[in-house]
Design a protein around this ligand. Structure first.
Ligand code: C2E
Ligand code: CA
Ligand code: CA
Ligand code: CA
Length: 274
């Protein structure tokens, strides 16, 4: 692969060169950040129809010494390209399970679920299931509280292996959500075969749900589809009471978005009262 890369740079392309240099710098920086323990998890509440938090989604942040808090959109793609997503993703799972264990000690937090984003590359690693099983065993976290969020890009290859892996983890209680639903490529026949628990309506459909009839139709279609496939649905990116009302009227029972709370460090989470 290295040789091929060199060949494609036969003609000097300053733009490509700059991008490659930036990527290499980011990779070095990411490695250092991991050694220096600069990553942390923010948590965003997922609420039920009454607005009561039933769980959270863990969202990775990088506390960069110079750049401040860096969003995952800026470094996850590079972590995926370089393979650093494997150790980083493992760290995320460990931290999330440790938090579940801490919550399990208190009656008012012990039922909370923890959603963790998993990259396709991470999920497809041959040891992924074993890593999860070991982690659950080691930490004592309840597998029924853990929900893994996968994206449709995962379905582009090795579909049978994906199903097998999901089924294995599901048999011990781990749940699965299909993230950013509606933005990818999954055909309905794929969807039916996947051992899923829920769909997450992508925030791009929620944003203009009140003003764009197409988005409203898509949101309604996803809600109906989930109902007929017996899947749960979480609407993402809910920012206003109007969006919430629309989704609620159309049968949505779980919500996530700034209207209910932004992603925050654990000590700032607004959880049910003791
Ligand atoms: P996502 O999984 O779709 O997460 C939802 C994103 O929407 C988060 O961005 C969240 O902060 C943002 N969000 C939540 N509510 C609202 C809202 O009401 N309005 C708007 N405009 N945005 C809202 P964030 O935290 O920047 O994460 C971006 C993406 O990075 C995530 O999208 C996910 O794909 C990825 N990511 C985050 N953490 C991890 C991780 O630990 N591992 C992996 N592999 N990917 C991660
Ligand atoms: Ca997600
Ligand atoms: Ca999403
Ligand atoms: Ca997204």
């Amino acid at each position: 692969a290295k040789g091929a890369g060199r060949n494609t740079l036969r003609f000097f392309d300053p733009e490509m060169q700059a991008a490659a240099t930036a990527r290499a710098a980011m990779e070095t920086d990411l490695r250092q950040g991991m050694l220096r323990d600069e990553f942390m998890l923010y948590y965003q509440c997922v609420v039920d129809a009454e607005g009561v938090p039933t769980g959270v989604e863990a969202l990775l942040r990088w506390k960069h010494p110079q750049r401040g808090i860096v969003s995952p959109g800026e470094f996850i793609p590079i972590a995926e390209q370089t393979g650093l997503i494997l150790p980083l993703g493992q760290w995320v799972l460990e931290a999330a399970c440790a938090q579940l264990v801490a919550w399990s000690a208190k009656p008012h937090t012990q039922k909370l679920t923890m959603a963790v984003n998993v990259s396709a590359r991470q999920f497809k690693h041959p040891e992924f299931s074993n890593h999860i099983l070991n982690l659950l065993r080691l930490t004592g976290a309840n597998p029924y509280r853990l929900k893994l969020e996968l994206t449709e890009s995962l379905l582009l290859s090795e579909f049978d292996e994906v199903i097998e892996k999901m089924s294995e983890l599901r048999s011990i209680g781990v749940g699965f959500s299909l993230d950013d639903f509606g933005t990818g490529y999954s055909s309905l026949s794929y969807l039916k075969r996947l051992p899923l628990d829920q769909l997450k309506i992508d925030q791009s459909f929620v944003r203009d749900v009140l003003t764009d009839p197409n988005d409203a139709a898509i949101a309604r279609t996803i809600l109906n589809l989930a109902e007929s496939l017996d899947l749960g649905v979480v609407a993402e990116g809910v920012e206003t009471a109007g969006q919430h009302d629309f989704l609620l009227r159309n049968g949505c029972k779980a919500f996530q978005g700034y209207f209910f709370g932004r992603p925050v460090p654990v000590e700032l989470l607004q959880l049910p009262n003791p």
